[in-house]
Design a protein around this ligand. Structure first.
Ligand SMILES: [Zn+2]
Length: 368
């Protein structure tokens, strides 16, 4: 299998970088559509439009309704076509950004991604996760190229709820665990080939950065301040995790996350990263690890207030039948779990209950 490494054309991160947006989109055209959800319009959307205006770039403002579904993508693509936009700007969280990428692909326009939280590793990749209107995972949609510009304003990120930062840390923590499993197994990455030394190094560095600076960044986010630790974690959650998962490979953790979206109930109130945290523990339970290794991740997640048990992800009373539903969805043809394991749904069910039990035992031992 050939090696493939892909990445965005430009990544810019720093305090107040939104103020420099015109300078970075110069040469892409003078008509944008800017999409954000209701909350994000007030947080950063209007600021983006104003800064573009200062650079003589026009914007059509679009309200994103909240789900990265086919219907929503088609609706916004139509608006974008009507305005003749050559630049699609997505401002917000993972689903807004995934929708912006899909719209830009429909129009063959430039993609500018402005995350308002470091909550997931969606920004840099050349793919979107498409959900049904009810939030159930449907498919991955792949594009010919990665976004043209990722603009990460750490002032905006510092003001986002700390829970979003820890969700991003959890999503990023899956990166190395999944990539190394794909490397070991000889599987294919999301970039469509074998892993490179570059992606491997990035994924490993991602985990190292999280363990070193995760806690300090969490405290920085609680104080709503930009610190070196916050900058490190924003980069780990966004750039390192983004490049690491896409060209390093996804394994079981994300497939299990996708499986959980098939269930009804309160689990839908959890963030992507929170579900991935549990999926990561399940992947570790599938692999051969010593107690100390499992406890290293459990302790880290718990100290960041991330979920580690079925009860924490609102599935306290889940039956084996319910969990089988998750496991079957996690092991359907084409799921990333098959790039890292020879596996059946039955084994996934056992690993889910094992992960839950390991976490309960750890909490008891630590008197948590
Ligand atoms: Zn993820």
């Amino acid at each position: 299998m050939e090696k493939v490494f892909i990445s965005p054309a430009k990544y810019v991160q720093g305090k107040n970088v939104i103020e420099n947006i015109s300078q970075y989109v110069k040469g892409m055209g003078d008509q944008t559509i800017v999409m954000a959800d209701e909350l994000v319009w007030d947080i950063a959307g209007h600021k983006v439009v104003n800064e573009l205006k200062k650079g003589s770039i026009k914007s059509e403002e679009v309200l994103f309704k909240g789900e990265a579904s086919k219907e929503e993508i088609n609706r916004i693509s139509q608006t974008a076509k009507d305005t003749g936009a050559t630049i699609v700007v997505g401002v917000g969280g993972g689903k807004t950004l995934d929708t912006a990428k899909a719209v830009a692909d429909d129009l063959d326009a430039y993609t500018v991604i402005i995350p308002t939280a470091a909550s997931a590793d969606a920004p840099t990749s050349a793919l979107s996760v498409v959900y049904s209107d009810d939030g159930i995972f449907e498919s991955y949609r792949f594009y010919n190229r990665n976004p043209d510009l990722i603009l990460v304003d750490t002032k905006v990120i510092a003001e986002a709820p700390p829970r979003l930062l820890t969700s991003g840390i959890a999503d990023a923590m899956a990166t190395w665990i999944e990539a190394r499993s794909v490397i070991r197994f000889g599987g294919k990455t999301m970039a469509g080939g074998a892993t490179t030394i570059a992606a491997e190094a990035i994924a490993e560095k991602c985990e190292e950065t999280l363990f070193k600076y995760g806690h300090l960044a969490y405290e920085s986010a609680k104080a709503k301040v930009v610190t070196p630790a916050l900058e490190y974690i924003v980069e780990a959650n966004t750039l390192l995790s983004g490049l690491g998962f896409e060209s390093g490979g996804l394994g079981a953790a994300h497939a299990i996350h996708n499986g959980f979206t098939a269930l009804k109930g309160d689990i839908h109130h959890l963030t992507h990263g929170e579900k991935v945290a549990f999926g990561t523990l399940v992947q570790l339970a599938l692999e051969k690890h010593r107690l100390e290794e499992i406890e290293k991740y459990l302790g880290f997640f718990i100290s960041l207030d991330l979920p580690v048990t079925l009860a924490d992800i609102k599935l306290k009373d889940a039956t084996r039948e319910d969990i089988m539903k998750v496991a079957k969805a996690a092991t359907i043809d084409g799921e990333t779990i098959h790039q890292a394991f020879h596996i059946t749904a039955d084994q996934v069910v056992d690993a889910i209950f094992a992960a839950d039990q390991y976490a309960k035992a750890y909490k008891k031992k630590q008197q948590l």
